[in-house]
Write a protein that binds this ligand. Structure first.
Ligand SMILES: Nc1ncnc2c1ncn2[C@@H]1O[C@H](COP(=O)(O)OP(=O)(O)O)[C@@H](O)[C@H]1O
Ligand SMILES: [Mg+2]
Length: 313
C-alpha cells in the first residue's frame, strides 16, 4: 500500500508518468500518446513512449517505424530490464519501448506486477514517460492508470465512445476503492450501483454520501481522485459545437459520480492523421503547422508543471 501511494505521488523523483487510456478502442489513444510525446520532445524534454497495449501494440506504426524484435515481452518474461528495452527513434529526445507484438496468442500478462512495472518506469532516464495502454477496464490497465502521475482519458464524440467513457470512469472509481475497503463493503457498493442502474434503488445514488454513510469505507481515497483528476481529451472533433461536449461530460461526472475531472480540450478530426500513418510519417512531423500541433501544445502546457514550463520556454 505504501508503494502505491509513493508511485502515485507526482512529487517523486524520476520521470513524470502520463498514462493514456480509453473506454472504447479505436478512439485515438495511440495518436494522442505519440502526439503528446512529440510535443513534449519538441519543447526540449526527453520522452519515452511505453507501448503497453498488450493486445494491439502499434506505437511503432504511429511513429513510422518497423517493430523491434526487442519488446516488452522480454521484460515480462524476465530476460531484459526495462532500461535495456528503450529504443531510440529518429526524432530528437524521443525513445520508445516496443509493445508486445511477436506472438499470435493473446499476450500472457498475468505474471506482470503492475506496481513493480511502474516503479521500474520511474527509474528510466527521461523527463516524461508516456504510456499507451489498450482500451477498456482490464485490471492491469486500471492499475497503470491509477499509478500514473497524469491520467489521460481519450474519447471520441460518438455516443458509443461516450457511454464507454462513463463506464470506464465508474469502473476506475470502484477499482480505486477496492483495496481501501472491506470485501463486504465493496460487494455491497457494487450491488447498490447495480440496483441504481436498474432503477430499483428508489433514490439517487451519490458516491460521496454512500461512502460517508456505509461501514467499511473511508472517504479520503475517493476525495483524492478529484485532487489528481482524470484528464479528459475529446478526439476527432468534427465541428466547433462538439468541443463543448467535453464540458458537458465534466458536469455529468460531477453530478452523477461526485467526481471532478479536468477537460483538457478537443482535437480536430483531420484526414491528414490517417493519411500520415499510411505514409509512415507522423502528422506533427509531416505538417508541423497543422492546427492539431497548437491543440497538443495547449494540452501539454496545461499538463506540465508551471515551474517546469518556465524552464523550457
Ligand atoms: N483526430 C483524428 N483525425 C482523424 N483520424 C484520426 C484522429 N485520431 C485518430 N485517428 C485515426 O483513427 C484510427 C484509430 O486511432 P488510434 O490512435 O490507433 O486509436 P486507439 O489507439 O485508441 O485504438 C487511426 O487510423 C487514426 O489514424
Ligand atoms: Mg492504440
Amino acid at each position: 500500500m505504501e508503494l502505491i501511494e509513493k508511485i502515485g505521488s507526482s512529487t517523486d523523483e524520476g520521470p513524470k508518468i502520463w498514462a493514456v487510456s480509453s473506454g472504447k478502442g479505436g478512439v485515438g489513444k495511440t495518436f494522442v500518446s505519440t502526439s503528446l510525446a512529440f510535443t513534449l520532445s519538441k519543447l526540449g524534454h526527453s520522452v519515452i513512449i511505453a507501448d503497453l497495449d498488450f493486445s494491439g501494440a502499434n506505437v511503432h506504426t504511429a511513429l513510422g517505424l518497423r517493430p523491434s524484435h526487442l519488446n516488452i515481452r522480454h521484460y515480462i518474461e524476465g530476460s531484459k530490464s526495462l532500461n535495456e528495452l528503450v529504443i531510440p527513434t529518429p526524432f530528437p529526445h524521443l525513445s520508445y519501448v516496443q509493445g508486445y507484438w511477436d506472438t499470435w496468442s493473446p499476450a500472457d500478462i498475468s505474471s506482470l506486477n503492475t506496481q513493480v512495472l511502474m516503479q521500474d518506469l520511474k527509474k528510466l532516464k527521461a523527463d516524461y514517460i508516456i504510456i499507451d495502454t489498450g482500451a477498456g477496464t482490464t485490471e492491469k490497465y486500471l492499475d497503470i492508470f491509477r499509478f500514473a502521475d497524469e491520467k489521460i482519458l481519450v474519447t471520441s464524440t460518438e455516443p458509443t465512445s461516450i457511454e464507454k467513457t462513463y463506464r470506464f470512469i465508474e469502473n476506475f472509481i470502484c477499482y480505486s476503492l477496492k483495496d481501501k475497503s472491506t470485501p463486504e463493503a465493496f460487494n455491497s457498493l457494487i450491488k447498490t450501483l447495480r440496483d441504481y442502474r436498474q432503477r430499483i434503488l428508489g433514490k439517487p445514488f451519490s458516491f460521496r454520501s454512500y461512502l460517508k454513510e456505509s461501514e467499511g469505507f473511508t472517504l479520503e481515497p475517493f476525495l483524492a481522485l478529484s485532487r489528481q483528476p482524470v484528464r479528459l481529451v475529446l478526439n476527432s472533433v468534427r465541428s466547433q459545437s462538439l468541443v463543448e461536449l467535453g464540458y458537458s461530460m465534466k458536469s455529468v461526472c460531477y453530478k452523477y459520480y461526485d467526481l471532478r475531472i479536468d477537460y483538457v480540450g478537443g482535437l480536430d478530426y483531420d484526414n491528414a492523421v490517417w493519411q500520415s500513418i499510411k505514409n509512415r510519417e507522423p502528422v506533427l512531423i509531416a505538417q508541423p503547422f497543422t492546427p492539431l500541433a497548437g491543440q497538443f501544445l495547449a494540452m501539454c502546457k496545461h499538463l506540465i508543471d508551471p515551474e517546469e514550463l518556465r524552464a523550457v520556454v
